[in-house]
Design a protein around this ligand. Structure first.
Ligand code: NOJ
Length: 535
């Protein structure tokens, strides 16, 4: 493998282990399933895999409630299997990055169990944010209050603890040096097992201004436009400077911040040379399918990241948002809802897929690093009509069904159209029901179809590599309204986000198109044009 700054131009594929592939017949995906399907990632042509949490956990928040940071949940496998996965991925030329969840532990973590048994004011309690009374009016991201009683979890006194997420996810107190030291050692534990990097969960949340005046919006909404006392406090940066020193003791490792900060100037602070290598670009993910909005986000990204020497990153889907094959067909204003139910008008699936393919081709031609979420290469839509009894995201329960939650983007993948459970595992069991529409999206159906979304991803990733688009430079070309057009080395990209067809510019040969083009580029279509000899 190349040894320098691989992450600057890497395409990184997110595996959400529960939903990728099941090798043990329990209907839940696992590390064995990932090993069995590494060839899929090889054929797709990505550079790295990011594994969402696989740690021991009561699974109240899909594993983002970690009970032990140094092991694998038996649901997913064991440490030996993890080592095999890393070794096999490396043999196949794929890097592996894993999720680290430092903002909170599970309430099942030994530390919180000790805190429950210990008395107020004890060192055991000082690892968490525990007070005699709730010291502010904050709400949980998942709905309801962010403060719960220690007594609710079994303590026999009247103190309260803070949890920005579920009540079974108590927030750690990052002013405590024992907490800081423990995470430095956890990083080394996994670096010594040869992981190539970390995706850091809620990277913007570790430091809180608990004494700030009460918030006016009751929830801790991650979409809030302004800085809030629980997010993006300046104190987080010194934590990551310490982490970076640990990573720098090893060759070629990276870390990427999950920081839901939309102001690109604030985002840039996380990728200063002695902090994160990358941060997710949520401004891009939340942009509408609109040429003006997209161009602004791309320009903002260039300005803010290149200035500090960091690579740009791009992402359209992950396990927390409505899949982009559905989101991009929603009316403005609805895009941020976490899932749509029967009450909501169903989005137009064809329009969504057309726009998703066009947006993906636009993204994969941009210089920098790109993140893909499992199933987007199949054009999977959000499962919008999951029955209430199937839903598992704590958001659903904590908001009394008001917010449907994120289960709709976490449905087990379809591998084989004619197998039970669409080949997710050896049996028909899947931990969430799959919609009938998944048959047409199965890997085996799409593999042999040159027009399929899977073939488009494979082709685009091959051309991206061949033409070094990830390390290229973007040069805007003169465009009409509703059209984005830029050049990256020998490839020119034209994306028609408008409602009218556009004459195909005469730059050279169209080598990839998100939809068939003739002398015109239809609406909701992106094409890649390779320059002719004369260009
Ligand atoms: C962000 C993760 O992506 C999400 O799935 C999780 O629920 C929260 N952080 C809390 O860990």
């Amino acid at each position: 493998m190349a040894t320098t700054d691989w992450w600057r131009s890497a395409v990184i594929y997110q595996v959400y282990p529960r939903s990728f592939a099941d090798s043990t017949c329990d209907g839940i995906g696992d590390l064995g399933g990932v090993i069995d399907h590494l060839d899929h990632l090889g054929e797709l042509g990505v550079d790295a895999v990011w594994l969402s949490p696989f740690y021991p956990s009561p699974q109240n928040d899909g594993g983002y409630d970690v009970a032990d940071y140094r092991d694998v949940d038996p649901l997913f496998g064991d440490l030996d299997q993890f080592d095999r996965l890393v070794a096999k991925a490396h043999e196949a030329g794929l890097r592996v990055i894993i999720d680290i969840v430092p903002n909170h532990t599970s309430s099942e973590h030994a530390w919180f169990q000790e805190a429950l048994r210990a008395s107020p004011g004890s060192p055991e309690r000082s690892r968490y944010i525990i007070r005699d009374v709730p010291v502010n009016n904050w709400g949980s991201v998942f709905g309801g209050p962010a403060w719960s009683r220690m007594a609710d979890r079994g303590a026999d006194d009247d103190q309260w603890y803070l949890h920005l997420f579920d009540a079974t996810q108590p927030d750690l107190d990052w002013t405590n040096h024992e907490v800081r030291d423990a995470f430095l050692s956890i990083l080394r534990f996994w670096l010594d097992r040869d992981v190539d990097g970390f995706r850091v969960d809620v990277a913007h949340g570790l430091v809180k201004d608990l004494d700030a005046p009460d918030v006016t919006r009751h929830d801790a909404d991650v979409d809030a436009e302004t800085r809030r006392p629980m997010w993006d406090q300046d104190g987080v940066h010194e934590i990551y400077r310490e982490w970076r020193k640990v990573l720098d003791d090893y060759d070629d490792r990276m870390m990427v911040a999950e920081a839901w900060v939309l102001d690109s100037e604030r985002v840039a602070l996380y990728v200063r040379p002695d902090e994160f290598h990358q941060t997710f670009n949520f401004e891009f993910l939340t942009a509408r399918w609109d040429a003006g909005d997209l161009r602004k986000v791309i320009d903002d990204t260039i300005r803010s990241t290149v200035g500090v020497g960091a690579p740009m990153t791009w992402v359209l889907s992950n396990h927390d948002v409505i899949r982009h094959a559905t989101r991009l067909a929603l009316p403005p204003g609805q895009e941020r809802r976490n899932g749509l139910g029967p009450k909501h008008p169903q989005p137009d699936a064809d329009l969504g897929l057309r726009r998703a393919r066009a947006a993906t081709l636009l993204m994969l031609a941009l210089p920098g690093s790109a993140y893909l979420y499992q199933g987007e290469e199949l054009g999977l839509p959000e499962h919008t009509t999951l029955p209430p009894e199937a839903r598992q995201d704590p958001t659903f329960e904590r908001t009394d069904g008001e917010e449907l939650g994120r289960d709709g983007c976490r449905v087990p993948l379809p591998w084989q159209a004619d197998e039970p459970g669409y080949g997710f595992g050896p049996t028909e069991k899947t931990w969430l029901p799959q919609p009938d529409s998944f048959a047409a999206h199965a890997v085996d159906v799409q593999s042999s179809d040159p027009e399929s979304t899977l073939s488009m991803y494979r082709n685009a990733l091959a051309v991206r590599k061949e033409h070094d688009l990830g390390t290229g430079e973007l040069e805007w070309l003169r465009t009409e309204n509703e059209v984005l057009s830029f050049r990256n080395g020998s490839i020119t990209v034209v994306a028609n986000a408008g409602e009218r067809p556009l004459s195909l510019p005469d730059y050279g040969e169209v080598i990839i198109a998100s939809r068939a083009v003739s002398s015109e580029v239809p609406p909701d279509t992106t094409v890649w044009i390779r320059h002719g000899q004369s260009q």
